[in-house]
Design a protein around this ligand. Structure first.
Ligand code: PBG
Length: 324
């Protein structure tokens, strides 16, 4: 039966009605907040292309994590920016590496916060690639033990979850085996399973100082035209032992989020990446869009598409808004 018996507008008449029938609602605990940690004390270095996001020394990262926790954000993901880079990225698994120091400090000072460690070599290598270079190219198999070492080192320093973002083949299996052998079989892996070679990572690379010094990442990150390949990547990572999977970036890949969610019975995360954040901030600063409104609409769209978890630089701001 159609109009005039059915009038969908009836359920949109008041805010109370709209609320009652709303299908997707955000919670602060949906968000995972990225933190960029640098050496030093009292260091707060703004990232120009990401207004509101700073490179923080460990002491200030602890303060920022407390602020996030106080508005209901339950998890943070850490990215380390080491003082020294080398060809193998040895800072990634150093006992006194920047991420390891941050993990220990956060573990001690904000015990109820869940800590994720991004596992990748690109912030630690002088060439900026996500693995080691051999014969002018990223060597997949030689990179695996190094990534595994980083995962174990971060877990020992206090990470609750490790999140490999390098896109080498076989790294989830290598990390799972290494964790198990180190007696860390209880540590879950959230794999960046479908990570695309994206122009939306620009601001992150400014923040993390991880722009490749030659070439690009198209030889290991996925081609933007592919979705079947994303499903294959997810299936392989799950076979290798991933507990949760991620699609990245989020907005241009919401169809991928939905397809992954429909096909696989595991928690799905989506990364609302730096370029997506920068666009909102830039347009809002110009008065071209209503920033907070667009932020909430974007985050809602990512959850509606099927994401159980959203990695986002908006986490604290959005949680504050939800709180008020
Ligand atoms: C590291 C890594 C990247 C991001 C997360 N982990 C960047 C890259 O692949 O260059 C991007 C996050 C963002 O843009 O917000 N491999």
């Amino acid at each position: 039966m159609a109009f005039p018996v059915h009038r969908p507008r009836r359920l949109r008449r008041t805010e109370a009605l709209r609320r009652m029938v709303r299908e997707t609602e955000l919670r602060p605990s949906d968000f995972i907040y990225p933190l960029f940690v640098v050496e030093g004390r009292g260091v707060r270095k703004p990232v120009p292309s990401m207004p509101g996001i700073d490179n923080l020394s460990v002491d200030l990262a602890v303060e920022e994590a407390k602020r996030a926790r106080s508005v209901g954000v339950a998890s943070v993901i850490l990215f380390g920016i080491p003082g020294h880079k080398d060809p193998r990225g040895t800072g990634a698994w150093a006992d006194d590496g920047i991420v390891q120091k941050a993990l220990r400090a956060l573990r001690d000072s904000v015990p109820e916060l869940q800590l994720l460690a991004d596992v990748c070599l690109c912030e630690y290598t002088d060439h900026g690639h996500c693995g080691v270079i051999h014969g002018g190219d990223v060597d997949n198999d030689q990179s695996l033990p190094l990534l595994a070492r980083m995962a174990v080192s971060c877990t020992k320093a206090g990470a609750d979850i490790v999140a490999p973002s390098d896109m080498m083949d076989g790294r989830v299996g290598a990390i799972r085996t290494a964790l198990d052998e180190a007696g860390l079989s209880g540590t879950p892996i959230l794999s960046y399973a479908a990570k695309y070679a994206s122009g939306f990572y620009g601001p992150f690379r400014e923040a993390a100082q991880s722009t490749p010094q030659f070439g690009d990442r198209r030889g290991y990150q996925m081609d933007p035209g592919n979705v079947r390949e994303a499903l294959k990547e997810v299936a392989l990572d799950l076979e290798e032992g991933a507990d949760m999977v991620m699609v990245k970036p989020a907005l241009s890949y919401l169809d991928v989020v939905t397809r992954v969610k429909e096909r696989f019975d595991v928690p799905v995360a989506a990364y609302n990446v730096s370029g997506e954040y920068a666009m909102v901030k830039a347009a809002a600063a110009n008065g071209w869009i209503d920033g907070p409104r667009v932020m909430m609409e974007i985050l809602t769209s990512i959850k509606r598409a099927g994401a159980d978890l959203i990695l986002t630089y908006h986490a604290v701001e959005a949680a504050e808004l939800l709180d008020s």
